[in-house]
Design a protein around this ligand. Structure first.
Ligand code: ATP
Ligand code: ZN
Ligand code: ZN
Length: 622
């Protein structure tokens, strides 16, 4: 499951909302909550207000959605901001009228009579009668009863549920947000309707918090920050989903790779390098063809042979494992690589750095025996947690994705026995080690179950960041084996893992997480040296040389701008340390350190270097 920018066909917004709610709080389903009824009731109240303003308006559908509600209307003219104000004011009056919501079941004929001037409702009634769709146009499995809901003078075709009385709604916690165009039933051949979005909460404080989160989200959006901080870009002539990393982005990547290499070395991984292309045969063997074909770029033909760019590194690592006889004494073998992969993600699903087509993956494959499995699997989870601590990621959730029998042979390798066995093994490993998780059916990889780690950015956006997958299919396909203690051949298990995701998604996430203010060790530029007048240019240069010799990313700003303009520039780039140097500092071999948070202090150059090195070497959070 993907919780952002990857709408599921036919599922609609509500489906996603339900999952997010369930995952983050494991509480009651969103549809069963009071706030859901409040929001849905607000959509009816809004429709009443709109119909009062435009008596000939045609109203279509109006569900509750995540954080709010909307309603689609066919109106004689385009709505203005003043209209929205007026509608909102009228909604509040209606709410204060303490009206009951009354449900009534009707026959299709009665419904047609009630909505005789409402063509969209008539179309919905036809669908309901045939048992195809519900009031929101979603496909249905069984034929529903037709119900209507009335409050005050308004009636709507609706399945509910609603609040019992409008007094359950706090008028101070309701706000209309915006209008946008929406095709009737989402089909571009249908008329374009006007969709009014609103939000509703239990209390005015919650509403205020929500509005603040929206503002903050805009400021922290990685696509905005990525541009402002000059981290990455897209270019039309290169193509969608194929990011270019600038030197600043490159610096972040280097630091993350350094971190991964250190950690993986410590945890017993060995590094390999593999090509970006391989023959069709390899992917037929691995099963990427056909199971993963939809996500692969089409082949190119050379000397009568078809080649594919790799969507994953796995098959290449398997070839390295299989390249020589292996004994149980070598196991586990852990092969690691920052591999560049290409996936044909649909253009509608591309989203900034979060979902791209070229990606550098923090990949590794662990080959181990069944007895070693639990320890290795849990070891990987501990590796995640160590990374999360370092990045200050506190809000995360482990999600075990399992197969579904209906996908066997299509989405999933057809071996029901092995699926059951491996899924049990993973559950056991998690349970034995007290690792909390939620389980979701029908989201496994084609070769086995996986644990994905969902993280939430500071603004509440959810991402699948890390992954840990078990593979029982590929050892067979690649005929992987080792000689066990009894001198017999045995198949290893494979764990696929990518705790740091891809550079693309991780850096997209971190941009939002830190709001662009990276800790010193990760900052693209760590120190900016600012001479007060040209007379200190030489001193500034000298400082730059000294810091660069220590591999610190420092730059002296020798432009002709005034000092204040230089400080402002450095602040906009969120550089953690500014060194302002004037005559006095130059004489004394000192620097006036100005931190990103505005605090200042004067230090000797040696003191500053010591402080800086301490921050960098410990990868301090501030
Ligand atoms: P998703 O479900 O997000 O498409 P996946 O299960 O297809 O991911 P894996 O094959 O497990 O992805 O890839 C390992 C990791 O790479 C994922 O956990 C995710 O963090 C990251 N990743 C996957 N696809 C993309 C992409 N298109 N752009 C950026 N990062 C990606
Ligand atoms: Zn309704
Ligand atoms: Zn893999």
């Amino acid at each position: 499951m993907q919780t952002f920018a990857r709408p599921r066909l036919g599922a609609g917004v509500l489906f996603q909302v339900k999952e997010v709610g369930m995952l983050s709080k494991a509480q009651e389903r969103y549809e069963d909550s009071h706030i859901f009824r409040v929001r849905h009731s607000c959509s009816h109240i809004m429709a009443q207000a709109v119909l009062e303003l435009f008596p000939n308006a045609k109203y279509a559908i109006g569900p509750a959605i995540e954080d709010g509600f909307y309603y689609d209307f066919d109106l004689p003219r385009t709505l203005t901001p003043e209209d929205l104000e007026h509608i909102e004011k009228r909604m509040k009056e209606i709410i204060k009228g303490n009206h009951d919501f009354i449900r009534q079941e009707v026959s299709a004929e009665e419904a047609r009579q009630i909505f005789k001037d409402q063509p969209y409702k008539l179309e919905l009634i036809d669908g309901l009668e045939k048992g195809e769709v519900d009031e929101d146009g979603n496909p249905l499995e069984e034929k529903p009863v037709i119900s209507i809901y009335k409050h005050d003078k308004f009636v709507d075709l609706c399945r509910g549920p609603h609040v019992a009385n409008t007094r359950e709604i706090n008028p101070k916690a309701v706000k209309l947000m915006q209008v946008s165009g929406a095709y009737w039933r989402g089909d571009e051949h249908n008329p374009m309707l006007q969709r009014i979005y609103g939000t509703a909460w239990e209390t005015p404080e919650e509403l205020e918090q929500y509005l603040w989160r929206l503002e903050e989200a805009k400021k922290r959006d990685h696509r905005k920050l990525g541009k402002e901080l000059d981290i990455y870009l897209f270019d039309d002539e290169i193509g969608p989903g194929l990011p270019l990393w600038t030197p600043r982005g490159g610096a972040i990547i280097e630091e993350i790779e350094k971190l991964a290499k250190e950690m993986e070395f410590k945890y017993g991984y060995e590094r390999v390098r593999t090509p970006h292309l391989a023959k069709e045969d390899l992917y037929l063997r691995s099963g990427h063809l056909p199971y993963y074909a939809e996500s692969m770029y089409p082949p190119m033909e050379l000397e009568g042979v078809r080649y594919y760019v790799k969507p994953m590194n796995c098959p290449m690592h398997h070839k390295i494992f299989a390249s020589k006889p292996r004994s149980y004494r070598e196991l586990p073998v852990r092969l690691a690589e920052y591999g560049t992969c290409y996936r044909y993600e649909k253009s509608g699903e591309l989203f900034g750095l979060m979902r791209v087509r070229s990606m550098q993956m923090n990949d590794s494959h662990i080959y181990c025996s069944e007895e070693q499995f639990e320890q290795e699997f849990v070891g990987v989870i501990h590796l995640y947690l160590e990374y999360f601590r370092l990045f200050g990621i506190q809000d995360y959730l482990m999600r075990l994705s399992t197969h579904h029998p209906r996908g066997l042979g299509k989405k999933y390798v057809n071996n029901p026995e092995l699926w059951r066995k491996t899924e049990d093994m993973v559950r056991k490993a998690l349970d034995n080690n007290g690792i909390p998780y939620v389980e979701i059916a029908d989201e496994a990889a084609f070769y086995g179950p996986k644990i994905d780690v969902q993280v939430k950015s500071a603004i509440g956006r959810e991402f699948t960041l890390a992954t840990n997958q078990v593979d029982f299919a590929q050892p067979e396909r690649f005929d992987l084996k080792f000689i066990n203690e009894k001198g017999e051949e045995e198949r290893p298990l494979i764990i696929h893992r990518a705790p740091l995701s891809t550079h693309e998604r991780l850096i997209g996430f971190l941009l939002e997480h830190y709001a662009g203010a990276f800790p010193v060790w990760l900052s693209p530029e760590q120190v900016r040296i600012i001479p007060i007048t040209d007379a200190q240019n030489e001193y500034a240069k000298q400082l730059e040389r000294r810091l660069r010799a220590l591999e610190v990313r420092a730059t002296a700003d020798l432009d002709s701008d005034r000092m204040n303009a230089k400080i402002r520039k450095a602040q906009l780039l969120k550089i953690p340390y500014m060194l302002v140097v004037g005559e006095r500092e130059a004489q004394a071999g000192a620097v006036a350190l100005r931190k990103r948070d505005g605090t200042q202090q004067t230090l000797s150059v040696d003191e500053f270097v010591a402080l800086l090195q301490e921050k960098i070497s410990t990868r301090a959070a501030d």
